[in-house]
Design a protein around this ligand. Structure first.
Ligand code: ASP
Length: 314
């Protein structure tokens, strides 16, 4: 039996301390810990890595603290368009949905599509119809809307009118998870509302296999957060896996090379969680903070938003 391990993120950003109340920071850490518990309980019971990453992401999609599912960002028309994907490193099977306007847990639809196997990627109303046909929970747009995102959209529109830059906080966020199971299999899952004021129909990296999500047994699993256009251009998840597989880089060097060197010239927010075949976990980011958490192969669990790391009980 290999050692099990899990890592999650809830998005990166500038995240000034005063952008949320102490209760909100605490609430976000609480929900990160809940996501870790959901995923780790499955891993410990011998479930597959792909089950663990789905379960962890579902908790964060249901949380109001993160930009995915309930609490997702709004596009330029004030609508939620949700993207998600999941990949099983054991088989390289994957499922992805984009621009969903109704699926309560987009990651469940991505998983259902992966299991269904007739397509890897469904978008828009077809993704919503697929989810409904599979018996997944669909909700009105109002379910996804939090006042925080309404205010952030208004701020982004004001910035656009004034020709100024919005804060990373107003812009984006995402949730994701990577895991190694007891049989040595890897998996990754990512879910997002994209960023506030995004163009209608814009699809980011999160549902793009190889960009925002990638998993391959014996190599690594990656889930990204940050300006998706650059994650697509650099095919970040697959790029990291390639460095590990072909250049024989360790995970820390491979991820650091992409996040802190390749993407540096663009001055974009970027972060990710990744795990290798031995259960080594990394969570690099180039912003002031990233919501994140991980369980070590020794079974110790940690959550963090900025530099300070909090140990939590499983
Ligand atoms: N990567 C996401 C996207 O571009 C947003 C984020 O993670 O901040 O849709």
């Amino acid at each position: 039996m290999t050692r099990i391990a899990l890592a999650i993120h809830g998005g990166c950003g500038v995240m000034p301390e005063d952008s949320m109340t102490p209760e909100e920071w605490e609430g976000a850490r609480h929900d990160l810990a809940a996501a870790l518990r959901a995923g780790y309980a499955l891993l410990k019971a011998g479930a597959r890595a792909v089950d663990a990453v789905e379960a962890a992401v579902v908790v964060m999609e249901d949380s109001p603290h993160f930009n995915a599912g309930h609490g997702a960002a709004l596009n330029e028309n004030g609508l939620h368009e949700l993207d998600a994907s999941i990949m099983d490193g054991a088989t390289l099977e994957a499922g992805a949905i984009s621009a969903s306007q109704a699926i309560r847990n987009p990651i469940k639809a991505a998983r259902a599509l992966m299991e269904d196997g007739h397509a890897v990627f469904l978008t828009g109303p077809a993704a919503d119809r697929f989810a409904e046909a599979k018996g997944l929970d669909v909700r009105p747009q109002s379910y996804f809307t939090k006042q925080k995102q309404v205010a952030a959209l208004a701020a982004m529109k004001a910035h656009a009118a004034a020709g100024t830059e919005g804060t990373e906080n107003e812009k984006h966020g995402t949730v994701g998870a990577v895991a190694l199971d007891a049989d040595g299999h890897l998996a990754a899952a990512t879910s997002t509302g994209g960023y506030n004021n995004k163009p209608e129909g814009r699809v980011g990296d999160s549902p793009v296999i190889g960009a925002g999500t990638y998993a391959r047994d014996g190599v690594c699993a990656v889930s990204g957060t940050g300006k998706g256009e650059f994650f697509i251009r650099y095919v970040v998840g697959h790029e990291i896996a390639s460095r590990v597989a072909y250049l024989k880089q360790d995970l820390a060097s491979a991820t650091d090379g992409v996040v802190n060197r390749d993407l540096a010239p663009y001055h974009i927010g970027a972060g990710l969680v990744a795990i290798d075949a031995a259960g080594v976990v990394v969570a690099p980011y180039n912003t002031l903070g990233m919501f994140r958490g991980w369980v070590t192969p020794e079974g110790r669990a940690f959550v963090a938003t900025h530099g300070k790391i909090h140990e939590v009980t499983l």
